[in-house]
Ligand binder design. Structure first.
Ligand SMILES: Nc1ncnc2c1ncn2[C@@H]1O[C@H](COP(=O)(O)OP(=O)(O)OP(=O)(O)O)[C@@H](O)[C@H]1O
Length: 258
């Protein structure tokens, strides 16, 4: 794909209180590209997303965004006070007060127009995720950043949601940076996958990554995925904090075959 890059992160490093959270992370998202970030719990995915959004400043490396880039962000968690009377319509109006996009087409796009007058507190997990997606779309984004958009959604609903995200990408031609735990569910719709565990363990087309030894070491066993207990057995190891305790791997963008 040779579309213009919307964001370019180069050799990003980030640490908190001397604990390295990310190191040597390089990636770019192009217009119309769907890039999935995959990695175990605590791998640094949300931290990287927050750096891309400009909410965190990396200690090393550079992040370049296209001038004036409009980003629609769907956070991993959004606490909405359950006792607050708030309809879906009002919630979306509050999300983009300056832009005042009509709410109905947004909800039609995510296929929940019938829920416009429903209380947000009464939504199912899958419905809430679609409302949050509509909220991200209310920014007319050139780049959609989705942090585990399918969490709290059953497997059938997850597949539908990923298909919906893909169709939104096709319709709007926006770039998508998406965090996911399950490569198998996103494989069909993802252009490129980056497998992150503090550094980039491997990257490439989904079929390539799914056969990469580093990916298999992290995610190979389905039961391990189900239990969200991940092991990491390539040519270096991570201590309890996730730090690399010894390593002879290549820390640049090239694949780290474990
Ligand atoms: N502000 C912070 N202070 C201290 N540690 C932090 C901070 N933010 C993140 N971390 C740590 O950095 C690591 C990476 O966190 P992050 O949320 O980016 O991981 P993740 O890959 O998104 O995980 P998950 O899949 O569980 O959501 C975690 O071990 C987390 O505890």
């Amino acid at each position: 794909m040779n579309n213009p890059a919307l964001i370019k992160a180069n050799d990003i490093g980030f640490s908190v209180a001397e604990r390295q959270i990310l190191q040597h992370v390089t990636l770019e998202v192009q217009q119309g590209q769907l890039l999935t970030l995959i990695g175990p719990n605590g791998a640094g995915k949300t931290t990287l997303v927050r750096i891309v959004l400009g909410l965190l400043q990396p200690q090393s490396g550079t992040l370049h965004r296209t001038a004036g880039l409009r980003i629609g962000y769907m956070p991993q968690k959004l606490f909405i006070e359950p006792t607050l009377p708030l309809t879906v319509r009002r919630f979306l109006q509050l999300a983009a007060p300056g832009r005042r996009q009509p709410v109905k087409p947004l909800l039609e796009e995510v296929r929940i127009a019938h829920l416009m007058e429903q209380q947000v507190s009464a939504l199912s997990g899958g419905e809430l995720q679609r409302v949050l997606l509509a909220r991200a779309l209310s920014q007319s984004p050139q780049l959609l950043v989705l942090d585990e958009p399918a969490q709290g959604v059953d497997v059938t609903g997850q597949t539908e949601l990923y298909q919906l995200i893909n169709s939104i990408r096709d319709r709007h031609g926006c770039g998508v940076l998406m965090v996911s735990h399950d490569l198998h569910l996103v494989m069909a719709t993802t252009d490129e996958v980056i497998c992150l565990n503090q550094h980039i363990c491997c990257h490439g087309k989904p079929e390539h990554v799914s056969n990469d030894p580093a990916y298999l070491a992290l995610f190979g066993r389905r039961e391990a995925e189900t239990l969200a207990v991940y092991t990491h057995h390539h040519n270096h190891s991570h201590d309890l904090t996730g730090d690399i305790s010894h390593d002879n791997c290549n820390h640049d963008r090239d694949t780290d075959h474990g």
